[in-house]
Structure formats: C-alpha cells, structure tokens
Ligand binder design. Sequence first.
Ligand code: NAD
Ligand code: KPL
Length: 309
Amino acid sequence: MMTWHILGAGSLGCLWAARLAAQGHQVQLILRDSAALARYQVTPGIGLSDAQRQHTSHYSVAAQLASDAQPIEYLLLACKAYDAQTAISQVAQRLTANSVVILLQNGLGSQQAIQSMLPQVRCLAASSTEGAYLAEPFHTVFAGTGHTVLGDLQPTAQAASADLVEALNAAQIPCSWTDQIAQDLWRKLAINCAINPLTVIYNCNNGALSTYSDQVNTLCAELEQLLCALGQSAAAQDLTQRIWSVITNTAANSSSMRQDVHHQRRTEISFITGFACAQSLALECPTPALHALHQQLQNMLHAHGLPTT
Ligand code: NAD
Ligand code: KPL
C-alpha cells in the first residue's frame, strides 16, 4: 500500500482521496490552515456521491497542515492552476528525490513552473477528463466518468510508473501512462482554447457553438499552426475534427470556464488562452483570432467583476 498526500481538498482532490482510502492506501489531506482543519475534523470524513446523488459514502481520511514534518512519498496537487506554485512551495521542504508529484492542473504553464522550482523531484503531469464538483466542503460528487493520462514532465532515467498506474486503476481511478504527456496537454489546451472562451462570450452550452462555426474553424486553424510551430504536430493532427467531435459529444454541457463564471469563481484563463497567446508571441507565430478572443474574454471577465488573469 502507498502513502498519499493530497494538497487541494476540492472536487478532484476529495474524489482521489476517497477512492485511494477505499482501496486501503494511507491518505492525508493537506489543508490550508487550522480553521480548515477544524472544519474538516467535525465532518464524518470525505463524502463521495454518485452523479444522481442517490448514494453517499463517507471515507475516514486523516488531515494535516503543510507545516507537518512527515516526508511526502506520493503527492497529488489538486488545486487550481493559479494556486499551484504557492501551494507546492508550502510543502517543498517535505519532498525528496524519492517523491513523486502528480500535477492535476488544467491548461499549461503551472506544471513547467513547478518542475523548474523542483528540478530534483519527479513531477508527473496529468490530463483528466473525469468530472466532479463539491456539493459542500469535503463532499464531492462524481459527475462524469473519464480517463486520466499521466506522464513525466521532464526526461527521466526511471521507468514508466507501471506500479503507480496499476495502483490507481485498482483504486477505480481509470488512468494510463504516456511517454508524450506534452502532446496530451497541448491537445487539451487547444480544445479548451477553441471551446471554453466562446461559451463564456456567447453564454451558451458547448453544442450551441455550431452557430459560430466560422469563428471556431478560424481558431482551430490558428491553433493547428501554433501547435506545429511548437513542435507538437502530432497534437495538431486532425485538431479541427477533434474539436468538432468534442463539441458534438459534449453538446449539452456547460464548459468548465462558463461554470466558473456562472458561479462567480476565478477562471484559469492565464493557463489556457493566456498561455497559448504568450507562446504565439514568443514563437512569432501570428494567431490574431486567438489574441482577439483572449482580449474579449478578459473584457467579459472584467464586466463580471472577475480577475482577468
Ligand atoms: P477545486 O477548486 O474544487 O479545489 C481546489 C482546492 O485546492 C480548493 O479546496 C482550495 O481551497 C485548495 N487549495 C488551493 N490552494 C491551496 C493551498 N495553498 N493549500 C491547501 N489547499 C489549497 O478545484 P478542482 O475542480 O478539484 O480542480 C483542480 C484542477 O483540476 C483544476 O486545474 C481543474 O481545472 C482541473 N480539473 C478539474 C475537473 C473537475 O471536474 N473538477 C476536471 C478536470 C480537470
Ligand atoms: O474540457 C472541457 C471543459 O469544459 O473544460 C470541455 C468540455 C472538453 C470543453 O473544452
């Protein structure tokens, strides 16, 4: 059995914690402060409900603060991308050359920043299509089945983590290993760039983007060029087709960014369109529609009283 620490006890953090604990792993939540610890200690443990919220089980999972002295073996970083660097710096002294850190953040930028902060630590990036939301603090609802792909952020002499993937699958966390995680992260980023901001701007479900097909197709073409310029031509392959498949297959869904705006939560814009725009400038690969989209999204967020970064 493994010892896991979970930093970020939100929707996905609680989902992973409950499933790992159910499988008999030792799990510790790392909570933000003593007030959060006190709030958690009066709960019956982590609550996990099915999508219809017909069944809820509670899992007894221990909790501690970042200042605890216990060394960390496996760390799941499950906070938002904009909190990731601050959160990891709070436990950095507890990581060793034997630690494995899984970065679950959406978008790109936070993972590379963390790997540079911790050059001696094995950082794996994860790209997940699972869906969860919090019904209340420490009570997560498993809203959508999906799959998580994991891979090393930087080349390593260590073998692919077959034991890790096996342990996660045994804990009902469907996942697989890739030696090309950057490809998965870039493909997902491109999909999120083409879909999420437009659903905020037009305040619509994903499927309604078929009304704006010219705009979607222009973005797809620019994103394809950007991925090729980045050396990610495999991620660029069939991108337009993939994006339209996602739009069709998730037609009734409200994108995660639109949900964030709807709930008056900060978005991960800087790690999605913000990161793509920065890369297009750095590579001198012009993406005018993407830049206009990013600006329009920032204006929209500002109008909603939300952070524009
Ligand atoms: P969330 O907001 O529900 O949870 C994040 C948690 O991290 C919060 O409880 C927050 O208080 C905590 N946190 C932040 N900084 C902290 C710190 N310094 N110390 C302790 N706790 C800290 O987020 P989520 O929905 O679980 O998403 C996590 C990441 O996974 C995001 O990047 C998101 O885009 C991605 N993701 C989420 C889903 C989903 O369905 N929820 C699906 C795929 C990807
Ligand atoms: O990943 C998504 C999101 O909402 O964040 C989808 C639904 C695939 C659209 O980008």
